[in-house]
Design a protein around this ligand. Sequence first.
Ligand SMILES: Cc1cc2nc3c(=O)[nH]c(=O)nc-3n(C[C@H](O)[C@H](O)[C@H](O)COP(=O)(O)OP(=O)(O)OC[C@H]3O[C@@H](n4cnc5c(N)ncnc54)[C@H](O)[C@@H]3O)c2cc1C
Length: 483
Amino acid sequence: MGRHQSSAPKIVWFRRDLRLADHPALFNAAQNHPIIPVFIWAPDEEGDWPPGAASRWWLHHALTNLDKSLRGLGSCLVLRSGPTLAALKALARESGATAVYWNRRYEPAVSERDQRIEDDLRANGIDVESYNGSLLYEPWTVAKKAGGPFQVFTPFWKTCLAQDPPAAPLPAPHVLQQPAIWPRSEGLDSFSLHAHMNRAEGFCASWNPGEKEAQNQLKSFVSKSLRSYAEARDHINGDGLSRLSPHVHFGEIGPRQIWKAVEKASRGQGYSAAKDNPFLRQLGWREFSYHLLFHFPHTPQQPLRTRFKAFPWESDAAALTAWQQGQTGIPLVDAAMRQLWCEGWMPNRARMVVASYLTKNMLISWRDGAAWFWDTLVDADLANNTLGWQWTSGCGADAAPYFRIFNPINQAVKFDPDGHYIDRWIPALRKLPLPWRFKPWEAPPQVLSEAGVALGTTYPEPWVDLRFSRERALAMYRQMRQQ
Ligand SMILES: Cc1cc2nc3c(=O)[nH]c(=O)nc-3n(C[C@H](O)[C@H](O)[C@H](O)COP(=O)(O)OP(=O)(O)OC[C@H]3O[C@@H](n4cnc5c(N)ncnc54)[C@H](O)[C@@H]3O)c2cc1C
């Protein structure tokens, strides 16, 4: 490695910020100092939410790419396994580093852990600096006029937008100075991030993790799809969406970078202000989810609306498995769940439909759905996932009213009118004409047989009757409200 410097190095602890540009911790640490970039694998320090199988797959590739980018600047990524505090202290001892820099995280177990690490390092004479690298508005900077956190999105977002606009993104360093002593690195393979991943083929065909690809994705979205986002965002096939969520989750791109690119492009596309911009508004939902997670840290386990604590969810393992495997007999639900399994992702509308089906038609707890998403999504994110599940099941902040039960047939007719999404994910129904492809159990026997569909054999019968289960859910929700 290149030139050595005599001044004491600083450790930059990479976490959910696996990029070089707009990385405040790296930017500040690298001013006139040699730096040691480190990633520490310590999944058991993430409370009940260690990264799931799909996230680990992404992380493996993201770390490989980050190391490559660092090498381009004359540095490299040092990998260590946890416990994190011991690893950081050992690194400081071995390299003579006098400070650790990081960008903040907001998940309850992680921020408590970070506080303990900060206190201990300081007590041992090691300086700590932390920064905001992943939000536009940190949770404690936005409050209701009367004080206290928001629970409704629109006034939250209005209050955010009334503040100064997000700062301009920071540039990536051009070169990184070398420490005199390079601490040893563990091998990435020793983390076994691939160990539980049996469907990497579909993931590799769908995704390219890394900062460079995140930038390409943003550029392509802004130039081709931003203009039509307001209409396209509901299409179930996902065309016209940014598909940035896993890149954002792992911090391969930061929200200030997205904000700046979108705002610049929007000026020419008829949006006069951020508040009118439907895409920035979605970023606003992400901000809102972090606001809620920070101020209501119990919500990944408990409903925000306390009356839901007593809701009598069913524990039906067979129904849950049918939902997970895309075998419910409801084509739109099954298509989306199969996409999730193969690609580790599905569009927002599909997430709402399958979440509504699980919690309202099957009456299975949102927590079971959230846990499955946690393991299978490449963008699994504690704040967004908790908000999404609580919103859809009706037990969260600013949630869908309890009587809003998505009808998966109407949703398919409206948002997948040609049936292409179902075609793609359920080959057994490909020859079934519309509208029967949306509801094969209503198709005349001759139509089914001509299309080669044998219900119960080539494709399942519906697990629950949609009308009956809807009425049942409404009755139970009504009863809960009266209690
Ligand atoms: C039940 C359920 C579970 C969800 N779980 C997650 C999750 O684990 N991780 C996750 O990132 N998103 C989650 N979402 C939110 C949303 O579905 C995804 O962010 C979106 O589908 C990602 O696709 P995209 O990047 O193309 O989004 P785009 O529509 O292009 O939006 C751009 C970005 O804005 C943010 N965003 C968009 N919609 C939302 C939203 N509703 N809530 C919060 N942020 C949003 C994301 O960072 C996204 O990348 C969930 C939604 C539901 C209904």
